[in-house]
Design a protein around this ligand. Structure first.
Ligand SMILES: O=c1ccn([C@@H]2O[C@H](COP(=O)(O)O)[C@@H](O)[C@H]2O)c(=O)[nH]1
Length: 250
């Protein structure tokens, strides 16, 4: 189960850092022969510093079937070398039978531990994922234009997430951007047992101090570009791990 695997990695590595494998072919350093070799290096450098890895499907899909193959090989590699859980950032959301097909693809074929889902179409776009594994529901995303649609409805999405958590205990999480500082304390008070995936620290400039309001919760903070494209990946991951430690554990 995702949450147990996450808790074990969090305890073992004393870390709430998630490294995002947003391994854009156009940005990976020339010394790596391909994305797989780059990902292998990232995992080698960070496996004892993280509580999870997040794979953003877009950077693999953009290469067609070859990218999908690399994604499968990366998942296999993480499973062989570590016990760290894998979140697939796919942000899916579709009618029930289609959602079921996505859930089968991700949990049964790719065998990831958790998937991000879009709640816009309501519960029947989410439940097929919860029947097979853990899902993070987009609640308040880190981008600026989240204000256009999400801000007016996020309270309802939070209620729905909690309802689903009652029916599928330990299988529901929320995505909340670190850039949405002013909302964190309020959401935290109402979020009960939901797990939190927080992107937006690093390249997007989110404030890690928000973690002070989240102590004791199952929280994981994703950093992608600021770690994987740093000069020294290990050093950068250590820097972010320590920064998150300071506010979450400290
Ligand atoms: O609200 C959201 C939801 C998902 N993301 C994803 O997280 C990473 C962030 O990458 P950085 O390089 O650390 O900015 C990326 O995969 C996004 O698609 C998000 O940023 N915000």
């Amino acid at each position: 189960m995702f949450i147990n695997k996450y808790r074990k990695s969090r305890e073992k590595n004393n870390s709430i850092l998630v490294v995002g494998l947003d391994s854009d072919i156009d940005k990976i350093p020339k010394r790596f022969k391909d994305i797989l070799e780059f990902n292998e290096h990232i995992v080698h450098e960070t496996a004892d510093l993280v509580c999870a890895y997040k794979i953003n499907i877009a950077f693999y899909e953009k290469l067609g079937w070859k990218g999908y193959k690399v994604m499968e090989e990366t998942i296999e590699l993480i499973k062989q070398k570590t016990n760290v859980p894998i979140i697939l950032d796919a942000k899916r959301g579709d009618i029930g039978n289609t959602a079921k097909a996505y859930a089968e693809a991700y949990f049964e074929k790719l065998k990831v531990d958790s998937v991000t889902v879009n709640p816009y179409m309501g519960r029947d776009a989410i439940i097929p994922f919860l029947k097979k594994g853990h899902a993070f529901i987009l609640l308040l995303t880190s981008n600026k234009s989240a204000n256009e649609i999400e801000v007016p409805v996020y309270s309802r999405v939070l209620e729905l997430s909690k309802e689903l958590e009652l029916a599928y205990p330990k299988k529901v999480g929320i995505v909340v951007g670190a850039t949405k500082e002013e909302f964190i304390e309020g959401i935290s008070k109402k979020s009960g047992h939901l797990s939190w995936l927080i992107p937006g620290i690093g390249a997007q400039g989110g404030n890690p101090e928000i973690l002070r309001d989240l102590k004791g919760k199952d929280v994981m903070v994703n950093v992608s570009r600021a770690i994987i494209f740093a000069e020294d990946i290990k050093k950068s991951a250590e820097k972010f791990k320590d920064l998150l430690d300071k506010y979450y554990f400290g």
